[in-house]
Design a protein around this ligand. Structure first.
Ligand SMILES: [Zn+2]
Ligand SMILES: [Zn+2]
Length: 255
């Protein structure tokens, strides 16, 4: 399983693309979140952009799903014929169709491919091709979810935005890679986690690698400084601060 970081930014960072990760497993390509600024970076970064099988939406904030009209317009102009699936919290179909309708009301008629929608609900994993997708609710906005992708014996936890509760801890337990939003440095809030909380959460969940994303733009330099100075070093935990375009392979760790 391979993760390409299309973006690592928060909602309104003019220097960083909204957080989004392209996950490849075998011949399956899954995009985690598709915010306002994601598609241009996606098409710049990888030729696989045109071949995505599934877009997984963590919640319905613009920095996580308002890139979909752009994505679909671009795929339509590239003569795509393969079905594109969307997975997300309850209401995913209505939200995605509403975004398309607002942006390009006639786009659906021009598409030579069909859309498929998969509603994720905590405690009901779904199988998408060979990949099992499970979710847990997180405290953020509406019915925001964290998700776990499992394929070929490897597991990836993606936080979306939000503060994990007990179910999310269970979901994350023992995952080979955790990708977690990290809005603050030491202190989080009622709806966002901090870098320090991510490290603690990864340790409690027995994840040996954590990648910090969705860093608040006003704190990014401080977080980079702390990271480079080793202030996020934690025994038994590999902490990563990916940049746009970075690739991280999900692998079993000896830890
Ligand atoms: Zn966000
Ligand atoms: Zn959000």
């Amino acid at each position: 399983m391979k993760c390409t970081f299309i973006g690592v930014g928060d909602a309104f960072d003019e220097h960083k693309t909204n957080t989004s990760v392209l996950v490849e497993s075998g011949n399956l390509a899954v995009l985690l979140d598709c915010g306002f600024t994601v598609p241009s970076s996606l098409f710049r970064t990888t030729p696989l952009a045109a071949d995505i099988d599934l877009v997984l939406i963590s919640h319905f904030h613009g920095d996580h799903f308002f890139g979909i009209p752009y994505l679909l317009g671009r795929l339509t102009s590239a003569d795509r014929t393969k079905t594109l699936a969307f997975a997300g919290p309850e209401g995913v179909e209505d939200k995605v169709l509403a975004a398309i309708d607002l942006a390009y009301p006639s786009l659906m008629e021009k598409m030579d491919f069909t859309l498929e929608f998969i509603e994720l609900s905590p405690d009901s994993p779904v199988l998408f091709n060979r990949m099992e997708i499970s979710s847990a609710s997180v405290s953020h906005s509406g019915n925001a979810i964290a998700t776990k992708l499992e394929c070929d014996g490897l597991s990836l936890y993606y936080s979306g935005d939000g503060v994990p509760g007990d179910n999310a801890s269970e979901l994350a337990r023992g995952c080979d890679l955790m990708i977690h939003e990290s809005w603050g440095i030491e202190e989080g809030s009622a709806s966002h986690f901090s870098a320090r909380q991510c490290l603690q959460f990864a340790t409690v969940c027995e994840c040996s690698r954590v990648a910090l994303v969705h860093v608040y733009r006003k704190l990014r330099q401080n977080i980079e400084n702390d990271f480079n100075a080793g202030r996020f070093a934690e025994e038994g935990l590999e902490v990563l601060l990916p940049s746009e375009g970075d690739v991280i392979h999900v692998r079993k760790d000896d830890y």
